[in-house]
Design a protein around this ligand. Sequence first.
Ligand code: GAR
Length: 193
Amino acid sequence: MKKIVNIAIFASGSGSNARKIMEHFQSSEVGRVVVVVCNKMNAGVIGIAHEFGVPVVFIDRKYFYESEDLLNVLGRYGTEFIALAGFLWLVPGYLVKAYPDKIVNIHPALLPKYGGHGMYGHHVHEAVKAAGEQESGPTIHYVNEHYDEGDIIFQTSCQLSPEDTPEDIAIKVLELEHKYYPRIIEQVLLSQK
Ligand code: GAR
């Protein structure tokens, strides 16, 4: 039998993608979520992790960037793969090096458009709206040391209408994120076995 891959989710937002990933891998023979890493004490993802019985590790900026101790912590959970799901800090070089091609992120726009520092959540959808785009959608990509620049694994899009507000766009894109992120993670894990 093939070994089940241990996944860490890095998330600091409401956690809706993290929920979908935890749901999906609850009954998967490909991967399982072993820990959630979070940088916000009041993030919605914390309650969700508790619901699924997944431990949460809190980090602050100094710890994340000025020590490499997180590698030890991830190691203690047997972490082999990392999925960022609403995690907005740039991933430091030591983590990228320790997990080559083993860190993925979801971004709520069709990269390379609307990516980079400061481009997250509603900022992205406001920019898409301001540019009058006729479509948008999530991008799932590998993570390197630059914001949103790693190789693209998957994109899918939805049509936008001129009446759509940034909030409407967010809803459409998030629906696609929920539908595809868990299954694309699973495909990546299978392709790396
Ligand atoms: C998602 O839309 C994700 O694509 C976005 O944050 C949201 C998190 O929502 N990520 C970025 O903007 C990264 N640049 P969630 O906490 O409900 O999953």
